[in-house]
Design a protein around this ligand. Sequence first.
Ligand SMILES: Nc1ncnc2c1ncn2[C@@H]1O[C@H](COP(=O)(O)OP(=O)(O)OP(=O)(O)O)[C@@H](O)[C@H]1O
Length: 328
Amino acid sequence: MSTEAEIREILGKVKVAAAGTTLAELNLLREVTVQPDKIAVKVASAGLSEDSRQILRQEIELALKPVLKKQTLEIEYITVPLKDLNRVKKVVAVMSGKGGVGKSLITGLCAVALNRQGYRVGILDADITGSSIPKMFGANQKIIGNEEAILPVQSRGGISLVSTSLLLTNQDDAVIWRGPLISKMINQFWDDVLWGELDYMVVDLPPGTSDAALTVLQALPISGILVVFTPQGLVEMVARKAVSMAKKMEKPIIGLVENMAYLKVPELDKKIEVFGAGHGEELAKSIGVPFIGQMPLDPALAALCDNGNIEKYQHPLLDELEKAISRS
Ligand SMILES: Nc1ncnc2c1ncn2[C@@H]1O[C@H](COP(=O)(O)OP(=O)(O)OP(=O)(O)O)[C@@H](O)[C@H]1O
């Protein structure tokens, strides 16, 4: 007769088709009881429609068929509060002093870098009106769920994504909400989503030091912030502003990332400093925060993002991002 641990091991690997991930990763497997005549399994129903539950029931039956001796199998769906299902170990936020410096892109790369190291990662896209995360990951499925919870969409590499554009009928539609609605949406992305077991959640903050960014810093249990800037004088100034806001909110700064630091032209074997010489390291030193590194303006990266293939990108900065976040 199989033990409870053996049954849990088998069931943990069962795929929840609706979510594109497993029962264990979603933390939906709640109770397993093994008796000589019966195996009873209790599964949380969060996020699962009637159809999804039916399909999952069949998957569970199929997975346990080889180990059922003369036992019957009883599968019961139960309601469990989301706060008991979501176990997010660390939440890091990516911030910029102003829009358009590549904050979303660095958010995406942080998630990719952590995922490559085998961590289970989610991205909460809190840049509600300028959401560009799903496009980078080539995610165009609609978010689904039930009255208990919303299910994130999985990227090809297995990163959980939640973003407003995954809720829109047309991803290119503009979101023109006012502040209170934006704040409500950000809170819902935390409270109403079945994130399950995550080692890291990376949050793409709204740009700048706006109310919306402040809302996220106040509402979510953020353990560290990365600040993205580009090597232009004014942008450096706003980077200082962003760091000062994070410090005021008493959130630790993981470090500064200098994006679009230079344009690399392999044919010329030359680095062109499009926005002038970068001095991120000096800037970080003068603000008193770590400097993580530079990302060049890379046409190959832009193309991968446009085609939804950010997960294929290779650059040494990814290792630096992963190290800085996992040390923090
Ligand atoms: N290092 C880079 N190399 C090539 N393209 C880049 C780089 N950084 C950003 N981009 C491109 O620039 C555009 C803006 O980047 P992104 O959306 O990440 O900026 P953002 O700071 O999040 O903007 P916003 O604050 O308005 O949401 C995107 O199309 C992105 O692919």
